[in-house]
Ligand binder design. Structure first.
Ligand code: HSE
Length: 309
């Protein structure tokens, strides 16, 4: 195989109760990444989008992740990477993760898959460290594994794939502003009260249980953030109102997607999802806030190969 094109999807993370450890792979929105082998041992990036993404391999997450992978191989050839971004950077649905994970996945295929999924998560995390300042695998893990994932450890990468209830749907509304992950992480407090830690741990445990039992009532009570959301919500236009409207329309839970500004709602009924999407987009339209809004099922397979030859 000399060339491969993949679709690397978006993801939502944290799910309110699992800061830096929970993630969901989306079906809609994603980057198209084409990687070709080249004779010279180097990495070349061509960005094909409207976002002015750097083509410098030391400033582009795909280049950074690709270099982390190549340090662990003895390959004689290099790679030309073309990225057509389908996710706006700084949108809270894993834009950087889609580029870095999709790139290392594609290179691994061209090398006949010497690396495991956990290795690919590790290489992709170098891109996440570059954009956010700290290592976290909550976006890259569900993109590479598919479905809903829980990152138990990033020292020695250990990720658990959780069950995805079949009827679970995600409604995303993204106000058209950019929030840099590094900035959004600055408002997260380093110290928390033990009572909050206890409450959040209970929420996380009961959320995981709700996935196994498909108990949406329990899910609704568990997808609650008492630690991070109270500080981040002010960064997002109309966050409280969007939450209120979505809940009125029957959302199981509503929260900040990743580091924002996207807001996610969960639903287990397509009619309810459509109703939520309509209400929240109407609200932004009334206030002249430009947005992107969509509904996605959980993508259980993750990165998809579009073509290879
Ligand atoms: N868990 C991360 C955060 C996701 O909330 O900052 C952003 O990439």
């Amino acid at each position: 195989m000399d060339s491969i094109k993949v679709f690397s999807p978006g993801s939502i993370t944290n799910l309110s109760c699992g800061y830096d450890i929970l993630g969901v792979c989306l079906q809609n929105r994603g980057d198209e990444i084409t990687v070709k082998k080249i004779d010279k041992k180097e990495i070349i990036i061509n960005s094909n989008d409207d976002y002015n993404i750097s083509e410098d391999i030391n400033k582009n997450v795909a280049g950074i992740a690709a270099q982390a992978l190549l340090k662990n191989t003895k390959t004689k050839f290099g790679f030309e990477i073309e990225i057509k971004k389908g996710i706006k950077p700084g949108s809270g649905i894993g834009s950087s993760a889609a580029s870095s994970a999709g790139t290392v996945f594609a290179i691994n295929q061209l090398l006949d898959s010497p690396f495991s999924q956990m290795d690919l998560i590790k290489f992709s995390m170098e891109g996440e460290k570059f954009v956010s300042g700290t290592y976290h695998a909550d976006n890259v893990a569900p993109i590479i594994l598919g479905g809903i994932t829980l990152v138990r450890s990033i020292d020695e990468i250990d990720v658990i794939k959780l069950p995805s209830p079949k009827s679970l749907e995600v409604i995303i509304i993204r106000p058209n502003i950019e929030i840099k992950t590094s900035d959004s992480r600055k408002v997260v407090k380093n110290k928390i009260k033990i009572e909050k830690m206890v409450q959040q741990s209970a929420n996380l445990g009961s959320f995981v249980s709700s996935l196994y039992t498909e108990d949406y009532g329990l899910m609704s009570k568990s997808v609650v953030d008492v630690i991070v959301e109270p500080n981040r919500r002010i960064l997002i236009p109309e966050f409280d109102k969007i939450k209120e409207i979505s809940k009125e329309d029957g959302a199981i839970a509503v929260g900040i997607s990743g580091s924002g500004p996207s807001i996610f709602s969960l639903s287990n009924n397509s009619t309810v999802s459509e109703k939520i999407l309509k209400s929240v987009t109407n609200h932004y339209e009334k206030l002249n806030i430009s947005y992107d809004g969509f509904i996605s099922k959980v993508n259980s397979t993750g990165i998809k190969i579009i073509e290879s030859n």
